[in-house]
Design a protein around this ligand. Sequence first.
Ligand code: TRP
Ligand code: SF4
Length: 394
Amino acid sequence: MRIISGMRPTGKLHLGHYFGVIRNWVKLQSEHDTLFFIADWHALTTSYKNTKSLKAHVRELMVDWLALGLDPSKSVLFVQSKVKEHAELHLLFSMITPKSWLEWNPTYKDMKYNLLKLQDLELQFRGALRDHVREFLGSIPFKIEDFERLEEHLLESVSEAMVEAVFEGEIDREILKGLNVSKRDFYETDTYGFLGYPVLQAADILIYKGEGVPVGEDQLPHIELTREIARRFNYLYGETFPEPKALLTETPKVPGTDGRKMSKSYNNAIFFADSPQEVQQKIMKMFTDPQKLRKNDPGRPEICPVFAYHKLFSGDQEATAQVKEDCSSGKLGCVECKRMVFTNLEVFISPFREQRESLLKNTSALEDIFEEGSKRAREIAVQTMEQVREAIGI
Ligand code: TRP
Ligand code: SF4
């Protein structure tokens, strides 16, 4: 089966990426015809304003992928923007994709919804400010020609300034927490490119006639859309594309050091690029069962993220069962328990770290690998595009 998947370059990889994505890709590459790419164009849909670190992020991903076991002799590893044919197919797909399909996409709807919430926030501020502004203007000791326009103008700029202040953290952050988005999400993603994100993704997949797409659950709507686009193309111009399937796999939950989902933005992630000292500090500061205050208090391992790491990294069911017992009975203290986790985690992580370091010694070899991969990808893409142009008659 031909398998394809991509990842946006957003920085260093952490344990969550490994257990959630990469480990599965590494397994698939031995069993199937696989292509994996760095989706740098997709990264632009949300961070087109800050492109300074884009190349560095691409490079970081190259290092992490190879260090974690993606193998250029088994998979075609490449960079999306090196295969311009994706862009051509994206353009052609955009001609046949009804706008409503995209507007129904949950990611897009979320963004729109957030935008509406932002407008709501501004309206709320306006409502609360109106009387004050009127009072203020009334207290000015000279005649104002166009009172209403000035009032409106003041209201607008003050409420905008207040929304700004919320985002800058100068006013109650709670409001923002309720909205659960960054300012960037609000203002900057209402673009054509963002709306068309899944069309580009469909092109990424179909240009290689991918049949299986290993992705997380959040991507299912995008894969469904890919199938719909394939179906529509085939209907309009004749059978050209397979209808790819999403490949979902069970992955273990990897909590971050604070017990929430591991994520860079929560500041709770352990990266493969972290030094042993950094890993140790992160582990020693981890959240544990809040009821276990003293060493000999009984703990509840099932709610403790440290115990989740025991399960992932001890590599030994008996040892894990022992930790569970000793934590529950109060025999084991958290400090000692964390030391054990750190030791086990180091056994797991250090070979990857060493791989990273040796790869970093020769970055041009690294680039060559992806250059070569991009060339192989292009060969397939060029062929598909010939068929596509022929089918459309262009
Ligand atoms: N949208 C995917 C993500 O955010 C990345 C991606 C881009 C992708 N193109 C793809 C995944 C094609 C699979 C196939 O995770
Ligand atoms: Fe968590 Fe270990 Fe402390 Fe139990 S002993 S609460 S598993 S850190």
